[in-house]
Design a protein around this ligand. Structure first.
Ligand SMILES: Nc1ncnc2c1ncn2[C@@H]1O[C@H](COP(=O)(O)OP(=O)(O)O)[C@@H](O)[C@H]1O
Ligand SMILES: [Mg+2]
Length: 210
């Protein structure tokens, strides 16, 4: 999905947090979002993913304003992911379930993605009892399992060991290549952005710049 942004403004108690005149996130590409702490990256992802509706300006998804149909095709993996107090398996199965995928196919897809991520041994653990890094891995698996058109990742590998980072990057690249899904990823790791991203957007004090 392609995103176009016009005159996006966001304030918190009169303090300007975002001010983006004109910005395009290209369809089918992996775009990196880079900028110092507090520059508004998470705020922007929350707005683009429909979580935060308190802003002014216009955001279009393939030319259309956000609606239920578009909302169903996208997902956000937040910096501190939220998992249900259920088994990891059920957490990953959930997005397929709400989209009406039948049980056999759900089973197949969840098994496949758990294998790719090397998280089979977490299958029966409770989501809310996982470590930070485990939660991030499971959350990315849960996001990729339903092959969204649009994927927002907020520092997805910040708590992750090097071996797991490799796996996650491989799966993000595979997802983009196989499904042509659009990805917007916040990262502080310049090397990671070089490995993953086709484009980079720099954000500073809520403005796009270089
Ligand atoms: N709920 C909130 N109320 C007030 N200010 C907030 C709130 N959330 C974020 N901010 C402020 O907005 C700015 C941008 O935050 P954020 O988008 O989280 O930055 P980043 O993700 O780039 O580190 C920061 O100055 C932060 O303090
Ligand atoms: Mg942030």
């Amino acid at each position: 999905m392609e995103i176009t942004i016009f005159n996006l403004k966001k304030t918190y108690s009169e303090r300007e947090i975002l001010n983006i005149e004109d910005l395009k996130i290209e369809r089918g590409k992996i775009t990196g979002l880079i900028g110092p702490n507090g520059s508004g990256k998470t705020t922007l992802l929350n707005i683009l993913s429909g979580l935060d509706k308190d802003f002014s300006g216009i955001i279009r998804y393939d030319g259309k304003l956000l609606d239920g149909g578009i909302y169903k095709k996208m997902t956000l993996v937040s910096q501190k992911p939220y998992l249900f107090r259920r088994k990891v398996y059920e957490n990953i199965e959930y997005p397929l379930k709400v989209r009406g995928i039948n049980k056999d196919e759900r089973k197949r897809e969840v098994k496949k993605i758990m294998k790719r991520f090397g998280i089979e041994e977490l299958r029966d653990k409770k989501g809310h009892l996982l470590s930070g890094g485990e939660s991030q891995k499971v959350s990315l698996a849960r996001a990729l399992v339903f092959k969204p058109d649009l994927l927002f990742l907020d520092e997805p590998t910040s708590n992750i060991d090097p071996e797991s980072i490799k796996i996650m990057e491989r799966e993000i690249l595979r997802f983009n290549k196989e499904t042509k899904g659009t990805v917007l990823i916040v990262t502080h790791n310049i090397e990671q952005s070089k490995r993953l991203c086709h484009n980079i957007i720099y954000l500073k004090s809520g403005k796009v710049g270089y």
